[in-house]
Design a protein around this ligand. Sequence first.
Ligand code: GTP
Ligand code: MG
Length: 353
Amino acid sequence: MVWVGSERMATKAKKKTKIEIEKNEDPQEDTMLMMALDDDAPEVKIDDLPGVGPATAEKLREAGFDDLLSLAVMSPADLAEQAEIGESVAGKIIAAAKKMANIGGFVSGGALLERRKEVQKLSAKVQSIDDLLGGGFETQALVEVYGAFGSGKTQIGHQLAVNCTLPVSEGGFDGDVFYIDTEDTFRPERITQMARGQGLDPDQVLARIHVARAYNSAHQMLLVDEIKRVGKGLNVKMIIVDSLTSHFRAEFIGRGMLANRQQKLNKHLKELKQLADINNALVLVTNQVHSKPDAMWGDPTKPVGGHVLAHASTFRLYLRKAKGGRRIARLVDSPNLPDGECVYQVTEEGLKD
Ligand code: GTP
Ligand code: MG
């Protein structure tokens, strides 16, 4: 696996990783760090459920169930079918998972407010977009940008990748970007143009944007682990997945595969969100709308990914082309901002008012 950055950065990252490995002798440490975010109680694994032996655990994992919560919310019939186990066994597993799952506790509003204080906002360097988002793209959040082909999703990804390297005083994060490219549409030349548009040195910007091609959905999911590894010692402030859904959509075809696809996607999103929380970073994912207006299901203005993605995203931006090369971005379902629209343009130097 190679994260393409400049030679210099690649060596630097390698060095840092090596130091980390020498330093970090306790393999449990990563897991512990993550658990500390949620809860102090040790995590119960699916293997720990009464009546689940290694063979059943393997079946469950293969079907995409790797934590108790994913089992606890299933119905016995669905679990039996998906994991290819008996229905009465499925019923017992679900009952046990419900008892042992860490449903999550309540924390005080004050504690949440403390965490919210750390939230930073990345400027789009386009006034109308920043205004729409109440100041910019927030960290600790997962932002979904969806729209038809050519609507400008990849352009937003490129622009925000550049802006992420800007100093904090100029609306950036002074940070490193990890860009998971599933459609082979990342263009360093475009980064160069946009960096110049911001008065930045293109080479320095490119050195901080680490790009990997994902060849299928499983690879795409593995790359998230890779970010955890390679990102140590870097200031990981933004993760872009362009496109989040294309591989999933191409690989899991038909209604019979839907549950499986949604489970995998859900897991992927949870891992991305975890990166956002741990690093106080922004995760930006792109997504297409359903392409066949005549299809029996699939509204042509609705994003792919269904409820799983709708639920996981903190902010959703719907992009459309307008007359005269203009673009319209609509904010949909924000937790704390009014829905609204803004207009901007895509130019050679990048996005502009
Ligand atoms: P898919 O990935 O195919 O779903 O599309 P997308 O939503 O990612 O579209 P993308 O961001 O690739 O937008 C492509 C559009 O951006 C082009 O049709 C152009 O209109 C515009 N664009 C890209 N580069 C430039 C540029 O250098 N100058 C100008 N003026 N426009 C550009
Ligand atoms: Mg694109």
